[in-house]
Design a protein around this ligand. Sequence first.
Ligand SMILES: [Zn+2]
Length: 161
Amino acid sequence: MYFKRIYISLYLILIRTECYLEIVIMYEQIKEKLTAHGLKVTMQRVAVYEALLTTKEHPSAEMIIDIVSAKYPGISTGTIYKTLETLVEKDLVRKIKNDGDKMRYDAHTDRHHHIYLENSDKIMDYYDDDLNKLLEDYFKNKSIPHVQIQDMKLEIIAKYI
Ligand SMILES: [Zn+2]
């Protein structure tokens, strides 16, 4: 019984340390990214960027406001909107359009495609190197008049089964 208690305590300490380390690593990554993109590290920017990085939901501005306000009640809605725009301007976050008028945000700026689920407002990430190569090869031999392609992303509409 005594050993079991020690074991549980050690286990809990390990979990807490791991969580703490994850938070520190996340904060360091955020700091590095903000600085690399020419932004000063402020509490507001860290809070908004952290909210975006820790979700794969492609949140709307309202969802981000909810997440940030729950954790940092001192940050105003206006500041969150402004911070979001700054992160978009500096290419740390991308705006993606939803089916409706609502704008959604994506902090995962590595190359990926989006799957829009019908009957749900979920947008899933889709990574596929073969598809990227296929698209690149296709447009190598076929140009679109008056435009120069900068990037290609597929919008996939699907039903969740
Ligand atoms: Zn995405």
